[in-house]
Design a protein around this ligand. Structure first.
Ligand SMILES: Nc1nc2c(c(=O)[nH]1)N[C@H]1C(S)=C(S)[C@@H](COP(=O)(O)OP(=O)(O)OC[C@H]3O[C@@H](n4cnc5c(=O)[nH]c(N)nc54)[C@H](O)[C@@H]3O)O[C@H]1N2
Ligand SMILES: Nc1nc2c(c(=O)[nH]1)N[C@H]1C(S)=C(S)[C@@H](COP(=O)(O)OP(=O)(O)OC[C@H]3O[C@@H](n4cnc5c(=O)[nH]c(N)nc54)[C@H](O)[C@@H]3O)O[C@H]1N2
Ligand code: SF4
Ligand SMILES: [Mo]
Length: 739
């Protein structure tokens, strides 16, 4: 049989590496990095290779399942849709729109069909009970960026190719391959920076893989980044190091920031963050006096009670030291498609706001159209008007990925009806009444919607499917349209493609007015996400404008570049003021919401350190909660261990390799101890996404070494009040040898 070569963007993490996949018939022969890829240049990690195992995994679902008398039975797609219509519509009719909830998870960011069509289901439902993994992750960064720059995805990114100093807080890109910053081969790029004399400095309660390659590493008390960052800002003002540089005329709020951080002297914060005052001053001075420098913070700075403040102060530092929007500093990508900061009037906009509605039970404000996922259990449990009785989960496993998973598992059993779109019967989907399987990534076309907006370099790359789908398997966008049609009372027999055409006609009218017919005619040979992508590319900043700029991009051109590694659109370019979408047309350095919240941190300056706190961890061979079933990744040393500093191990009486019981309030888990001086004393690290020993899941490989569920220990009531993001680190625990 002949061998065929395909090129495909890896959908497993935010690095978006270009892969070269060789196949024979319906078998994957090999997967390696695509050397010619204009963006990732051949880089790959072990997970990319695991796409073969994912595609071939016998546990991966290929047929809809309906639960009958507590047991899942295989069903046709028509039967599954009919069951959903039969059971869901009476709930909505009796209890109203908010009786339905929807949760969407991480893999949807890596599937264009899920990402661009999930909203159609949510809108069809018309519920305010919309939740996602964003409030377990980056919502603080999105809110801070939105308030400062005007849109939720206008995020300042280190220009690593040209910088000479990179300060990293709460990120471990050597394991995670980067996040809210698409930067394949971070290690190679950081080494190149060091080779030209640049410095990498890491702030982390653990001496991580990234910290180990850094020029300096400082332990920080978990959750205390806001104090360190505010004291660095205070130092800039106190030592007259503030110099906004090129963006000065576009920044407002500098003086207000100076006043707000006045209480945060390095001496005042040193004990609170575990970093001495001299070090704090020196960090601020180096940042201010290095011409090309940037600060980057990620999940460790978001998943804490001051997540939005910490995310904001990172860009305050970038701005006050003259590093915003200049080469070698913190810059903005210019995406070829789908970026709100390339549409509408350049330089001004509506900005972002929160709290258009509130969670029924907790009163938590809506942020970016969502409520905090940590409100989900109580919204299901608490009786009254608007109680969630029916739930859709789309590519998410919150029983493992969200705090107090055991409580959520119990809540899911109280639902009247639950539908999951997923590829596994796992810890969450076992609770569903109907499971609708998604396609394997190798059977799916792809273009990244979000990540080019966060990329270290501008690019446009498209992936055709490697394999054909089974004849009866719909694409995920078609499934979402079907569900939307059912909810809207159009019936389970509605034709998804016809619904899609009607939707495009409506959107084109709104977006293109008198040119709508021409746009529809020019793109009529595509359907679904491909059509949306062609329209976005052609009307985008590099687009052919439907023929008015013949050299510009369209989908056909991006498709044609697949084998040669995509289209390079060059290094990041200065974009202020054009990138801004704030109502003032300025970089808002001192948003009122944030200054107000900073008072919380002032009150907490003398907060006491608990004796022992827990944080999370990632390993390059894992991915959140769902790749532990792939043999090529699951083999090797056991990764779900609790890293404990020797002094804490001695104090708590736990031994290396033995099991320990970790407790927080009424919750507890048992985990295997690994004693390590990588840890800051007083801090224990345990990865999340484990705990594959729950009945009713079908994950044979993962169940062999199930591990402990970190989120069984965490409290779903702990949130950053501004963004609604869960607190996943710095939570007080106790530890003892397991009985
Ligand atoms: N304690 C703690 N908890 C955390 C974190 C932490 O650091 N500490 N990190 C948080 C973060 S950053 C995130 S993003 C969340 C992630 O949490 P989730 O959004 O729950 O994502 P995953 O755990 O990756 O689970 C993905 C689900 O999607 C399914 N899936 C995979 N591929 C596909 C597909 O192609 N189609 C469909 N339909 N389904 C698919 C998988 O089977 C699985 O059920 O976890 C969060 N939880
Ligand atoms: N291999 C692998 N790659 C992944 C994932 C995965 O599960 N596995 N998940 C993907 C997802 S969904 C995401 S969101 C990204 C996340 O990407 P990263 O943000 O790089 O995530 P982590 O590797 O968890 O690194 C977070 C670091 O923060 C530190 N930390 C914890 N608390 C604090 C604190 O209070 N302050 C500071 N300064 N540091 C703290 C932790 O010790 C850890 O080293 O990774 C993505 N990539
Ligand atoms: S770093 Fe690994 S998982 Fe992430 S995109 Fe690249 S190959 Fe895939
Ligand atoms: Mo994430």
């Amino acid at each position: 049989m002949t061998e065929t070569t395909h090129h495909r963007i890896c959908p497993l993490c935010e690095a978006c590496c270009g892969l070269e996949i060789k196949t024979q018939g319906n078998k994957v022969i090999s997967i390696r990095g695509h050397d010619a890829d204009v963006f990732s240049a051949g880089y790959i990690c072990p997970k990319g290779v695991a796409l073969k195992d994912l595609h071939e995994d016998p546990d991966r679902l290929r047929t809809p399942l309906i639960k009958r008398d507590g047991v899942f039975v295989e069903a046709t797609w028509d039967e599954a849709y009919a069951e959903i219509e039969r059971r869901l519509l009476p709930i909505l009719a009796t209890h109203g729109r908010n009786a339905a909830g929807v949760v969407v998870g991480n893999p949807s960011a890596h599937k264009i069909g899920l990402l661009t069509y999930f909203g159609k289901l949510a809108r069809a439902l018309g519920t305010k009970n919309v939740f996602s993994a964003s409030t377990l992750d980056q919502m603080p960064k999105q809110l801070a960026s939105g308030l400062m720059f005007g849109h939720w995805l206008t995020v300042a990114l280190p220009d690593i190719a040209r910088t000479d100093y990179l300060l990293v807080l709460g990120a471990n890109p050597l394991a995670s391959n980067g996040s809210m910053w698409t930067v394949p081969d971070f290690k190679g790029k950081a080494k190149a920076m060091q080779a030209r004399g640049g410095k990498l400095v890491v702030i982390d309660p653990r001496r991580t893989e990234t910290a180990a390659m850094a020029d300096a590493h400082h332990f920080i008390r978990p959750g205390a980044d806001v104090f360190l960052l505010a004291a660095m800002v205070q130092t800039l003002f106190a030592e007259k190091l503030v110099s906004l540089g090129k963006v000065a005329e576009w920044v407002v709020g500098t003086d207000a920031v100076g006043q707000a951080v006045a209480p945060f002297t390095p001496e005042a914060v040193a004990a609170r963050c575990g970093i001495d005052a001299d070090t704090i001053r020196s960090l601020a001075r180096t940042l201010a006096t290095t011409p090309r420098a940037a600060v980057y913070g990620r999940i460790g700075t978001c998943t804490q009670q001051y997540g939005t403040l910490a995310s904001w102060l990172i860009d305050v530092l970038n701005t006050l030291t003259g590093h915003l929007d200049v080469p070698g500093g913190a810059m903005f990508a210019k995406s070829a498609a789908f970026a709100t900061n390339t549409t509408g009037k350049p330089g001004i906009g509506k900005g972002v706001s929160t709290g258009r509605h509130h969670a029924r039970v907790s009163g938590a404000p809506e942020v970016y159209g969502e409520l905090p996922i940590t409100c989900l259990s109580e919204e299901i449990e608490t009786p009254g008007q608007g109680q969630i009785r029916a739930l859709f989960t789309v590519a998410t496993n919150p029983v493992l990925s969200s705090p107090d998973g055991p409580r959520l598992a119990q809540a899911l059993d109280r639902l009247d009806f639950m539908v999951s779109m997923d590829i596994y019967r796992n810890e969450t989907t076992r609770h569903a009444d109907v499971i609708l399987p998604g396609v394997s990534p190798l059977e799916d076309l792809h273009y990244d919607v979000a990540f080019p907006q966060l990329s270290w370099r501008n690019h446009a790359r498209y992936s055709p499917p490697v394999f054909a789908r089974a004849a009866n398997q719909p694409e995920e966008w078609q499934t979402l349209l079907k569900l939307a049609a059912i909810v809207q009372g159009k019936g389970a027999a509605a034709d998804a493609d016809a619904l899609d055409d009607a939707q495009f006609a409506e959107d084109a009218q709104r977006l293109f007015g008198e040119h709508a017919d021409a746009v529809l005619a020019a793109t009529a040979h595509y359907k679904g996400p491909q059509r949306g992508l062609d329209i976005a590319l052609r009307s985008g900043p590099y687009g052919d404008q439907f023929g008015r700029k013949p050299d510009g991009l369209n989908l056909a051109k991006v498709m044609a570049s697949n084998a040669s590694g995509g289209i390079d659109l060059g290094e990041l370019q200065p974009r202020v003021p054009e990138v801004l979408r704030t109502p003032s047309g300025k970089v808002e350095l001192a948003p009122a919401l944030l200054l107000q919240d900073l008072k919380r941190a002032v009150d907490d300056l003398r907060g006491l350190a608990p004796d022992l706190v827990i944080i999370g961890r990632r390993d390059v061979r894992t991915n959140n909660s769902w790749m532990h079933n792939l043999p090529v990744l699951a083999k090797g040393p056991f990764r779900c261990t609790a890293l404990v500093h020797p002094t804490d191990a001695a104090r708590c009486g736990v031994a290396d390799g033995a099991m320990a019981t970790l407790r927080s309030g009424p919750r507890s888990v048992q985990a295997q101890v690994h004693i390590s001086d990588e840890m800051m004393p007083g801090v224990v690290s345990l990865p999340h996404g484990w705990g594959h020993n729950l009945p009713g899941a079908q994950l044979h490989v993962a169940a062999e070494r199930p591990g402990a569920n970190l989120n069984a220990l965490l409290d779903d009531q702990l949130r950053d009040p501004l963004s609604g993001n869960a607190v996943l680190g710095g939570v007080a625990i106790t530890m003892e040898a397991a009985a």
